[in-house]
Design a protein around this ligand. Structure first.
Ligand SMILES: [Zn+2]
Length: 94
C-alpha cells in the first residue's frame, strides 16, 4: 500500500487576518487546524489541476515546510504576488 509521493499543498491566508480579503476568493477550512482560509482564483486553478490537494493556512503551511524541507514545491508566481501583498498588508496593519 503506497501513498502518492507528490502531494500538492495550497497555502492560504486565514480569513481572520485583519482586513485581508481575496477578490473572487472562496473560504475553505485549513486541513490541519480547521481555520477558514481564503482560496484565491489562482489557488482554485491549482486545486483543479491537482486532485487530492490539501488546503492549509499560512501558519500550518510554514510548519509543514519547516518539518519537511524540500518536500513542498515553491509557490507559483501568482502565489508569490499574493504573498507579497499579504506581507505588505501585514507590515502596514500591525
Ligand atoms: Zn491551519
Amino acid at each position: 500500500m503506497s501513498i502518492a509521493e507528490e502531494k500538492t499543498i495550497l497555502i492560504c491566508m486565514r480569513v481572520t487576518h485583519h482586513g485581508y480579503h481575496v477578490p473572487g476568493g472562496l473560504r475553505v477550512q485549513c486541513a490541519d487546524c480547521g481555520e477558514l482560509v481564503w482560496v484565491s482564483p489562482s489557488g482554485w486553478l491549482i486545486l483543479h489541476d491537482s486532485p487530492g490537494a490539501e488546503v492549509v493556512c499560512v501558519e500550518c503551511g510554514l510548519e509543514r515546510m519547516l518539518a519537511e524541507p524540500g518536500k513542498i514545491s515553491p509557490p507559483t508566481p501568482a502565489q508569490l504576488d499574493e504573498l507579497n501583498e499579504y506581507l505588505h498588508q501585514k507590515g502596514s496593519a500591525a
